[in-house]
Write a protein that binds this ligand. Structure first.
Ligand SMILES: [Fe+2]
Ligand SMILES: [Fe+2]
Length: 258
């Protein structure tokens, strides 16, 4: 089976490039499941129910997120009513929403999509992603043919270590959050597809999706400065992974961009 994953959608221009290209991408790659990280879709900060709904109407199957998931307050209630929108699983137990969703693909195969956050250089203090994955794998045992993990983290070292930890246990570990694509996509020795970061779907004439000047001011003056989403022409970044659903391991991973 094939999995199409698209990196963090940032703002209106990110949403537009997804809208403009998704149909053609799906025709070209014929994915059995389309997964999109939506944590910056609403003007760079979080996602609204309306935007999430628009992504589902575009034929996205599962939406992952990250540290920005709580930026829009209306998402607190919505996430409990929409299981296809997931948030990092290593938040405390009473947190709204779920950290994984099991998608039934057209060939009747079950794909578990897991969202989990790193600890290195991240603002929040969540449970250890490594040990949390041990219990997630126990929970998913016998319930999924293929396990896909969106590891939302800052440090390449933590992402690579995490993928080694899960090598042979899940089909895919893709990194998100830095908004900069890396060129290290590969199949690990025991069959897990990996990339340190898929990169964002947004305006790259920016500082990780935000207008350059306010970001520059922060660095130059050390004063707080409100960041604004960059709204120029966006670039879509993603990966297509081919998975052997009988073993639950991957055959190939390629980067895509448009
Ligand atoms: Fe992001
Ligand atoms: Fe993030």
């Amino acid at each position: 089976m094939k999995i199409l994953f698209i990196g963090d959608i940032v703002g209106k221009s990110g949403r537009q490039v997804l809208t403009d290209n998704l149909k053609a991408l799906k025709n070209q790659h014929q994915p059995d499941i389309t997964i999109v990280n939506c944590e910056n879709a609403a003007a760079g900060f979080g996602v609204t129910p309306k935007i999430a709904q628009a992504f589902f109407e575009l034929s996205c199957d599962v939406l992952t997120s990250g540290n920005h998931i709580w930026d829009r307050k209306e998402i607190f209630d919505y996430i409990d009513t929409e299981p296809r929108l997931i948030r990092p699983i290593n938040f405390p137990p009473a947190t709204p929403g779920n950290g994984y969703f099991i998608h039934l693909a057209a060939n009747n195969k079950k794909v578990a999509v897991v969202n989990i956050m790193g600890q290195v250089f991240m603002a929040t203090n969540l449970t250890c992603p490594f040990r949390t994955m041990d219990s997630v794998l126990e929970q998913l045992s016998g319930k999924a043919d293929v396990i896909f993990v969106d590891f939302h983290a800052e440090a390449s070292s933590e992402k690579q270590a995490f993928a080694h930890y899960l090598d042979g246990k899940v089909a895919v570990v893709v990194g998100t959050h830095t908004h900069v694509p890396t060129a290290d996509e590969r199949i690990f020795p025991n069959g897990t597809a990996f990339i340190s970061d898929v990169g964002m779907t947004g305006d790259y004439n920016s500082v990780i999706g935000m207008k350059p000047q306010p970001s520059l001011n922060r660095f130059l003056t050390k004063l707080p400065q409100r960041l604004e989403v960059a709204d120029g022409l966006a670039e879509l970044n993603g990966v297509v992974i081919e998975v052997d659903e009988t073993t639950g391991l991957s055959r190939s991973i390629i980067r895509i961009k448009c």
